[in-house]
Design a protein around this ligand. Structure first.
Ligand code: BG6
Length: 473
């Protein structure tokens, strides 16, 4: 049997994409709330368009999302029925500290997650908790400028201390920042950054990244001190970059592209800024604001495991003319003629998952955890059922590739949680129609629908995959 006996099969969601109830239980406003659906979504996410409050001209899908806040018992029961061993979810920071800088946490928010975790355990589901998944209390952005301000490290330390203390015994697996490398692409989501005129955008992003990296090291330290059983992971938006041709310049370019992403995990897992990044930052004239003990913190408190999302491989060329032709996805990539793509242009490459797993395992030699993978597709609900064979095909091929990485290549893998196990709001587009789930939720892109849940064909398929520990695909 390729997978460990205790392999953690499950599914993943994020608070801002499923919880809704944005004003309930004392929750404060967060960046993710003010990211609208429609043409302004991307500029806001990229920190290029300043939106810090709600208006009547836009539709904000996170405000209600799929209302997991009120449906969590029903949803977790469905996860339990599928046989989930783990459920990856995130904490909304502004439920615990509505403004982010209070001294005392909000009990109602803490209680909500305690109930959710207890509900998971009822079904033998181990929670896997992302501390920050693209969210930041709005007050920390308007008052402090988000993660570019070092003070955020202290607020984050306060947050994690509360979480690790309160949920000791209920939660063991923690991820510090979702897709930490996304800060370079969606800085408003990744770090609450709004790029002001005249600012050196890259310097702002790397300063914020430094603060997150240091905060992540602190979280690891605090987690282990509060409970030595705690396992803390980093989280990378992964997918190796291929060279467009075998021209050495293209190969070099693909290496540079991968390093943009590895940089974060090199720090979190190896404990120091890698040489290539130090040189590159120097060349660009970017000075990272290292405080006295930052280097020690990074060195002493590296992560226990490497988690990552994988949707696709990437492709690049050294020729700027060729590189203009990008395919879909947040990460700019060339169209790979050997691959098919989803309706959103995300290229489908199961073998790329095996390549990525091997690259990460070779580099870090720590257990891996695939915490996102899946196909965003348009589903048709007919008589209360969705025949989503395309989703089953996608997942089957990726699980096969991951099995090869474990069985043939010897990669140590802790678990697999497919993305959006229940339909939820898309992070990049704000759509509901970009569905990933085994469970269909009755809601459309304009916010209409009765939020009723329906099992798709993939529901029973995944149940069988879990029951057979990945043998019956
Ligand atoms: C990852 C994020 O980037 O990809 C998720 O961690 C996101 O939050 C997922 O939802 C899929 O992307 P999208 O844009 O299809 O929702």
């Amino acid at each position: 049997m390729p997978f460990r006996k205790d392999f953690l099969w499950g599914g993943a969601t994020a608070a801002n994409q499923c919880e809704g109830a944005y004003q309930e239980g004392g929750r404060g406003l967060a960046n993710v709330d003010v990211v609208p659906h429609g043409k302004d979504r991307f500029p806001v996410s990229m920190g290029k368009l300043k939106m810090t409050e709600l208006d009547n001209e836009h539709y904000y899908p996170a405000l209600e999302a799929i209302d997991f806040y009120h449906h969590y018992k029903e949803d977790i029961a469905l996860f339990g029925e599928m046989g989930f061993k783990t459920y990856r979810m995130s904490i909304a920071w502004s439920r615990i500290f509505p403004n982010g800088d209070e001294e005392e946490p909000n009990e109602e928010g803490l209680k909500f997650y305690e109930d959710v975790f207890k509900e998971c355990h009822k079904y033998g589901i181990e929670p896997l908790v992302t501390i920050t998944h693209f969210d930041c209390p709005m007050h920390l952005i308007t008052e402090y400028g988000g993660w570019k301000n070092r003070k955020l490290i202290d607020f984050y330390k306060r947050l994690v201390t509360v979480l690790f203390t309160r949920y000791k015994g209920l939660v063991k697996y923690w991820l510090t920042f979702n897709e930490i490398n996304m800060i370079l692409h969606l800085p408003f989501m990744g770090a609450g950054l709004i790029i002001e005129e005249g600012e050196n955008e890259e310097a702002v992003k790397y300063t914020a990244a430094h603060h997150e990296l240091v905060a992540s090291a602190w979280a690891t330290k605090i987690a282990h001190e509060i409970d030595p059983e705690n396992m803390v992971g980093c989280m990378l938006a992964a997918g190796n970059t291929y060279a467009n041709t075998c021209a050495p310049e293209d190969v070099w370019k693909s290496m540079e592209k991968d390093r943009e992403n590895y940089f974060f995990i090199d720090v979190q897992s190896r404990g120091a800024y890698p040489a290539y990044a130090i040189k590159e930052l120097e060349r660009k004239g970017i000075e990272i604001p290292f405080a006295e003990d930052d280097k020690e913190m990074l060195k002493n408190y590296t992560v226990d495991f490497i988690s990552f999302s994988y949707y696709s491989s990437r492709l690049t060329s050294a020729d700027p003319e060729v590189n203009k032709e990008t395919a879909g996805n947040v990460f700019a990539t060339l169209k790979n003629p050997y691959l098919k793509a989803s309706e959103w242009g995300w290229q489908i490459d199961p073998l790329g998952l095996r390549i990525t797993m091997n690259a990460l395992y070779d580099r870090y030699q720590k257990p891996l955890f695939i915490v996102e993978n899946g196909l965003g597709a348009k589903d048709e609900l007919v008589n209360g059922f969705v025949e989503d064979d395309y989703r089953i095909d996608y997942l089957r091929e990726h699980i096969k590739a991951m099995k090869d990485a474990v069985e043939i290549d010897g990669v140590d893998l802790l678990g697999y949680t497919s993305w959006g196990c229940i339909d939820l709001v898309s992070a990049s587009t704000g759509e509901m129609s970009k569905r990933y789930g085994f469970i269909y939720v009755d809601k459309d892109d304009a916010g209409h629908g009765n939020l009723k849940r329906y099992k798709k064909k993939s529901f029973d398929w995944y149940k069988k995959v879990i029951a057979s520990n990945g043998e019956d695909l």
